[in-house]
Ligand binder design. Structure first.
Ligand SMILES: Cc1ncc(C[n+]2csc(CCOP(=O)(O)OP(=O)(O)O)c2C)c(N)n1
Ligand SMILES: [Mg+2]
Length: 342
């Protein structure tokens, strides 16, 4: 077992200061990251607006601020690899290539939605894109993710499963039962802890003294590392190490990706547990999209106008998704009796 960093080595997400990192990637990849992260951000902003207009009901958990996590890891994934996550899932769907129209129409509960308007924000799936949800029960997706990896190992198909969960979920017992079995059976699963520092209104400081979440895997013999989740290049590089270990048959790998959510836990969050200044500081100093924007401009890979053109393209995609989600009809009443287990 090779540990990559000492268990108390946190990623740099929580540390302030303007980025001085250099990129060793191509212009094409930077532009791709910029576009993909921006799509998620603009999509989520639009979802927030539709929610405010009463067009989306129920729970809705936005991913704004965390975009680099899923975009970086998708860049490390290969065709056929699987992903499964919690209720904060729209970013994962878009990054895996699911249709923004189908996702938005599901949020508005319409027939054109990916679950025919019957699932909503937390219940969408795509077999084609190997996206296994969308789970509202905190931590429930962790053993399921190990199960997906078990199936792939059994079939010997070389596939890897990305199992995402939060810092709050990381305090659950089922996570450690899963670690134990996953390491015992050498399952090709990357446990991705999206450490956005809060579980609803509870900060990490208030919920645990064992603050190296990836380091907890050491007790089970699982390799892992902490990653700066506001740096999409760092996320991709860590993802590649994890995936390589899994595909080499070295079993599971834990990535604790330090990130931050800019919005409330869900659309109904009074946000009394943290200061506006804290959020503002992260947005101004550590924003992942701004980081890539700087790399593109400073490296002369793109001009301001080039980036504005991308912004316009994304706006069109998101507006079209919103229009579709408003115009698609509500599901027919007869749909109440389909897709159910009796
Ligand atoms: C088993 C269970 N307990 C409690 C809840 C209520 N709940 C929903 S989200 C959440 C916090 C989870 O935080 P974290 O794992 O850090 O994920 P994040 O929301 O930050 O992405 C809680 C307690 C739930 N949905 N399921
Ligand atoms: Mg959290």
């Amino acid at each position: 077992m090779a540990l990559r960093k000492s268990p108390d080595n946190k990623g740099a997400a929580a540390s302030a200061g303007k980025s001085t990192r250099k990129s060793n990637t191509s212009k094409e990849e930077l532009l791709k990251f910029y576009r993909e992260m921006l799509l998620i951000r603009r999509f989520e902003e639009k979802a927030g607006q539709l929610y405010g207009m009463g067009l989306i009901g129920g729970f809705c958990h936005l991913y704004i601020g965390q975009e680099a996590v899923v975009v970086g890891l998708e860049a490390a994934a290969e065709d056929g690899d699987k992903r499964i996550t919690s209720y904060r899932d729209h970013g994962h769907m878009l990054a895996s290539g699911m249709d923004p129209k189908g996702v938005m129409a599901e949020l508005t509960g319409r027939e054109g939605g990916l679950s025919k308007g019957k699932g909503g924000s937390m219940h969408m799936f795509s077999k084609e894109k190997h996206f296994y949800g969308g789970h509202g029960i905190v931590g429930a997706q962790v053993p399921l993710g190990a199960g997906l990896a078990f199936a792939d190992k059994y079939k010997g198909n070389g596939r890897v499963t990305f199992t995402y969960f939060g810092d709050g979920a990381a305090n659950q017992g089922q996570v450690y039962e899963t670690y134990n079995m996953a390491e015992l059976w050498n399952l090709p699963v990357v446990f991705v802890i999206e450490n956005n520092q809060y579980a609803m209104g509870t900060s990490m400081k208030r919920s645990t003294k064992s603050t190296s979440l990836w380091g907890r895997g050491v007790a089970y013999g699982i390799k892992g590392e902490a990653v700066d989740g506001m740096d999409v290049l760092a996320v991709k590089a860590a993802g590649e190490r994890a995936v390589e270990a899994c595909r080499a048959g070295e079993g599971p790998y834990i990535l604790e990706i330090n990130t931050y959510r800019y919005r409330g836990h869900s659309m109904s969050d009074p946000a009394k547990y943290r200061s506006r200044e804290e959020v503002q500081k992260m947005r101004e100093e550590r924003d992942a999209i701004e980081h890539v924007r700087e790399l593109l401009l400073q490296g002369n890979h793109a001009t301001d106008d080039d980036l504005k053109a991308i912004d316009r393209e994304i706006k069109v995609i998101v507006n079209e998704a919103a229009e579709y989600a408003k115009e698609s009809p509500e599901p027919d009443l007869s749909e109440l009796w389909t897709d159910i287990y009796a």
